[in-house]
Write a protein that binds this ligand. Structure first.
Ligand SMILES: Cc1ncc(COP(=O)(O)O)c(C=O)c1O
Length: 407
């Protein structure tokens, strides 16, 4: 049976060689390769500092803590994202508050965001407070979903108006741009992922990007249990002195083995994005001709989508289906039939408000964030990876057509 995975990492012998060199150097925990990798990623994104971590989830947690998020505070994030966005907020002790997204971009609806603040919050003693709980509104965690930047300029405008913080979840968006500015360059802390489903991978891994050298220093300390070496100890260079621990930090360190692999991967990054963009355009053309039931992904004017994932939406009206719930059943059935013939597809990502923990804790209903709910039920990620051929793409589209026609 012809097998088409939904994605796969792109490795050559360079990554194996890099990992072997790290092993034979004897330095396998965080060391010089991590520092080099941080510089390479920060420089690619046009940002001053990179702080490598074990994952994007830990990068988000680290960035949120360093930006002062904690108990008694609210952080607003989109309802359609990978659960890690909200989980990181919960890990700080803060309360995640959700807003809906736009179906066309899968990104935060900034009008809904503005409405949320106007209706649910009020200014008291110079801070924005939740009218019901009294929690202080800390800020926003916008997501650049699937490799497309959200309307970050509007998010930033709102943050400025209400004097709030922003940590960007750019897990999927390494290399994504608005105009000439890469994610990471919009004036906030941003966090990326090196999970194997992302453009480049270190197995697991993540990084915080920032232009603020003092914040980067603090995050490096927090990443290593809150370890600080006093200026006095550094001056006297007493290597045997243990560091001081003023804060309770974490162990979020990336290894030099991972960073060595990452350094080999980053050399391929532009080529990977370029090829994925070409394949996305080819899918758009094929789908527009063959699959009127599918809505292809959007790339708004001036935006540069990296297509970490190529995510379409089912147009249920064209299929004669009335409700999103039934549309979801149809979509799942379609994905199962494709799986049965060797073509791997996935739903885009989750409506987090419908996931057990969040649904139970906050009593959410599907219609609370109806676009997130619709995208959860009707989105379809098609296979896209380096090494895929035009013929593979034609086969995927042809098999979807056939599966739909056979009913
Ligand atoms: C939007 C988003 N945020 C966070 C994460 C978490 O990334 P990681 O797996 O590196 O922790 C992901 C991973 O898929 C993601 O898609």
């Amino acid at each position: 049976m012809r097998k088409i995975p939904v994605t796969k990492p792109y490795f050559t012998e360079e990554e194996a060689k890099a990992a072997a060199e790290a092993l034979s150097s004897g330095w396998v925990a965080q060391g010089p390769k991590v520092a080099e990798f941080e510089k390479a990623i920060a420089s690619h994104e046009g940002v001053e500092e990179g702080v490598a971590t074990t994952s994007c989830t830990t990068a988000l947690h680290l960035a949120m803590v360093a930006n002062g998020l904690g108990a008694g505070m609210d952080a607003i994030a989109p309802a359609f994202t990978f659960v890690a966005t909200e989980n990181a907020i919960v890990t700080t002790g803060a309360t995640p508050v959700m807003v809906d997204i736009r179906r066309e971009t899968f990104n935060v609806d900034t009008d809904a965001l503005a409405r949320k603040i106007e209706t649910d919050y009020e200014k008291q003693d110079g801070v924005v407070k939740n009218k019901k709980t009294g929690n202080r509104l800390w800020g926003f965690v916008p997501v650049h979903e699937f490799g497309l930047c959200c309307d970050i300029h509007e998010v930033n405008r709102l943050a400025k108006e209400y004097e709030l913080k922003v940590v960007e979840d750019a897990a999927c968006a390494l290399g994504a741009k608005i105009g000439d500015t890469h994610q990471g360059g919009f004036g906030n802390t941003s966090c990326i992922s090196f999970h194997p489903r992302k453009s480049i991978t270190t197995g697991e891994g993540g990084m915080v990007l920032t232009d603020d050298a003092a914040a980067a220093k603090r995050m490096r300390e927090l990443r290593t249990h809150g370890s600080t070496v006093s200026a006095d100890a550094r001056d006297k260079r007493k290597g045997f002195l243990l560091p001081e621990f003023i804060e309770a930090g974490f162990n979020y360190r990336m290894t030099d083995i991972q960073a060595a692999i990452g350094l080999a991967q980053v050399k391929k990054l532009d080529q990977i994005i370029d090829e994925k963009r070409k394949r996305a355009i080819l899918y758009n053309e094929m789908i527009e001709k063959t699959l009127p039931e599918f809505r292809t992904p959007t790339e708004p004017e001036g935006y540069f989508h990296t297509y970490q994932s190529y995510v379409c939406m089912l147009d249920i009206k064209r299929l004669g289906i009335d409700t999103i719930r039934e549309g979801g059943e149809y979509r799942n059935n379609l994905l199962q039939k494709l799986e049965d013939i060797g073509i791997a597809t996935r739903q885009g990502t989750h409506a987090v408000h419908m996931l057990g923990y969040y649904k139970n804790r906050f009593g959410y209903k599907p219609e609370d964030y109806e676009n997130a709910y619709a995208c959860d039920h009707l989105s379809i990620t098609l296979p896209l990876y380096i090494g895929m051929t035009d013929d593979d793409q034609a086969y995927v589209v042809e098999m979807i057509r056939k599966t739909i026609d056979e009913g």
